[in-house]
Design a protein around this ligand. Structure first.
Ligand SMILES: [Fe+2]
Ligand SMILES: [Fe+2]
Length: 207
């Protein structure tokens, strides 16, 4: 089982930015459900410690959280600066920005999506570390990460809207072969999330 940390054990700067984003979810009707999802992500998955990728963007401890916060903040910037995104709610941005990659934390602590790589005996003997920091947990992973994120949100946040679920489900965009059935069916929130995700991973995040 993964060793988990609590929110209070996050580095101060990360925790305060994370809490500022969480506080933007204000809808009193959906807030209790949102708090349940947040508690599940923090306590029963490796959301606070997992990397964002095996060897690409933010492949480091807390990488997933840093990536998710960066995507959320780009979504808010785009909402403020682009007229046709202005009617998207802050709650939809917080939910999908923070948890679009929740699947990368794994279904639960027994089934992390990523595991740390170990150096081979040859690498160790030569004084080297492993050739990449993380790898997929091939034995345990049953779902593609975006599908798992949408399933986990639907399961632990049963008041998600269809747009929120679609945005998370196909956040990698319809250029991806497995998403092509959705071409021209993307909702506005999906466009906002997808573009913020690509911009963050490609241009903002530095290991
Ligand atoms: Fe993703
Ligand atoms: Fe992402």
């Amino acid at each position: 089982m993964e060793i988990n940390i609590t929110r209070n054990e996050l580095p101060d700067g990360i925790r305060s930015e994370y809490e500022k984003i969480l506080a933007r979810f204000k809808d009193p009707v959906r807030l209790p459900y949102f708090n349940t999802l947040v508690r599940f992500a923090e306590e029963y998955t490796s959301f606070l410690t997992a990397p964002a990728s095996t060897k690409f963007h933010l492949s480091c401890k807390h990488g997933l959280l840093l990536h998710s916060m960066s995507v959320t903040s780009i979504m808010f910037d785009k909402k403020e600066s682009t007229s046709y995104f202005k009617d998207i709610s802050d709650e939809s941005i917080v939910l999908t920005g923070l948890f679009h990659d929740l699947g990368k934390a794994g279904e639960d602590l027994e089934n992390p999506y990523y595991v740390e790589c170990e150096a081979t005996p040859k690498q160790k003997a030569a004084g080297f570390g492993p050739s990449q920091p993380y790898k997929m947990n091939e034995m345990k992973v049953k779902f593609e990460h975006a599908h798992l994120s949408a399933l986990m949100i639907a399961k632990y946040f049963p008041v998600a809207s269809w747009d929120e679920l679609q945005a998370v489900l196909i956040h990698d965009g319809c250029e991806k072969l497995s998403n092509q059935d959705y071409v021209m069916k993307e909702c506005k929130l999906q466009t906002l999330l997808h573009h913020a995700d690509v911009e963050s991973a490609k241009w903002v995040e530095i290991n």
